[in-house]
Design a protein around this ligand. Structure first.
Ligand code: ZN
Ligand code: ZN
Length: 351
């Protein structure tokens, strides 16, 4: 098989040849048909995360070896089964759950593979959807695409479950109680769609780009505010009718998280999702006089993927805008995302 791989950080991806995958035990091999391009792929390409306070986390220090094909929003067709594989058959079109753990520990056994301390993520520690083929340890990591548009279905594996898991963390929340979302890129739009599917009607989206605010309104946001405007906290309060119980930050840089925290009412929750980087100053006594919760979240678990796929199959989830590009244009796709020119998601399609 071949793959568009990161050979050197910040250098163009290269087409490399890899040995074909041979499934053993319960493993299932799929031929990739669709691969979403996520902001995490950009971070992977650059090879580092801004951890705030001048600290940088390098992916090589986390065990990531190059060359590696990125891509963790994958739809593929089952091509080969290990001798003990069960639950899918050759030819099935499936969404791949990419956030693999060790599969052995109590966290994995409880179904929270994404929180395992020994991650084996597809598209990070194994070649991902920018390659021709991927392998999963067992069919529990696969969800049938069914009647979902496969390009949109691919986005459910990261942005879909990430927003679903973040929304779970601000519940319980009434249908008309406001939620403030920072960022209207792939995740922010997916969150609007998901909140609407779950019955929420009061959704305020904040973004610095006019076209993304427009997309947020089209997805069903009640209001879309310019993140660069003066007195942003007051403007958010005016749109929501006062401090809110729920804010989700898909950008997660110092500027957005600080504003989000200021928007919360006593007992409110801020969920941090993005990996924009940086840090905030936190008044510790302020957290006592106005108690609030800051909740980190990392992707979602396999059950989240089954849940969001079910919402999509039932037609409750409005698909985010998707731009299909041939996989051979993987480099162009990364550049477009970096330049902030992507509305919704780019999905790479196999030739
Ligand atoms: Zn992602
Ligand atoms: Zn584990």
């Amino acid at each position: 098989m071949g793959a568009w791989a990161i050979v050197e950080n910040n250098k163009p991806l290269q087409w490399i040849e890899r040995a074909p995958l041979t499934p053993v035990g319960s493993e299932v091999v799929l031929s990739v048909t669709h691969a979403g391009v996520c902001h995490s792929d950009l971070h992977f390409w650059h090879g580092a995360y801004d951890m705030g306070g001048g600290k940088i986390m390098k992916l090589v220090d986390r065990g990531v070896q190059l060359p590696r094909a990125p891509g963790h929003e994958i739809v593929g067709r089952v091509t080969r089964l290990g001798p003990d594989a069960a639950g899918v058959k050759v030819g099935d079109l499936c969404i791949v759950y990419p956030w693999l753990g060790c599969g052995e520990c109590a966290v994995c056994k409880a179904g929270n593979d994404n929180l395992c301390t020994k991650p084996h993520g597809i598209g990070i520690l194994h070649d991902g959807g920018f390659g021709d083929e991927v392998s999963v340890p067992n069919a529990r990591m696969l969800v049938l695409v069914g009647n979902i548009d496969p390009a949109f279905a691919a986005t459910l594996a990261c942005s879909g479950i990430t927003v679903y898991s973040a929304i779970r963390k601000v519940q319980p929340l009434g249908a008309d109680e406001p939620v403030v979302l920072f960022g209207a890129g792939g995740l922010g739009l997916q969150a609007i769609s998901m909140l609407r599917a779950l019955g929420h009607r009061n959704i305020v989206s904040v973004d610095i780009a006019a076209d993304k605010r427009e997309a947020a309104l089209e997805m069903g946001a009640s209001a879309a505010l310019d993140g660069k405007s003066e007195g942003l906290v007051e403007r958010i309060m005016a749109a929501t009718g006062g401090p809110v119980k729920a804010a989700i930050d898909f950008v997660n840089i110092g500027a957005t998280a600080a504003v989000a925290l200021e928007c919360l009412i006593e007992g409110g929750k801020l969920v941090l999702v993005g990996v924009g980087g940086g840090h905030i100053e936190l008044s510790l006594a302020g957290m006592i006089f106005r108690p609030r919760t800051i909740h980190g979240t990392k992707t979602g678990n396999p059950q989240d993927l089954r849940d969001v796929a079910a919402l999509a199959r039932e037609g409750k989830l409005k698909p985010i805008p998707v731009t299909r590009m041939p996989k051979s244009q993987a480099n162009e796709a990364l550049h477009l995302l970096e330049e902030g020119k992507v509305r919704g998601r780019i999905v790479l399609v196999a030739a």
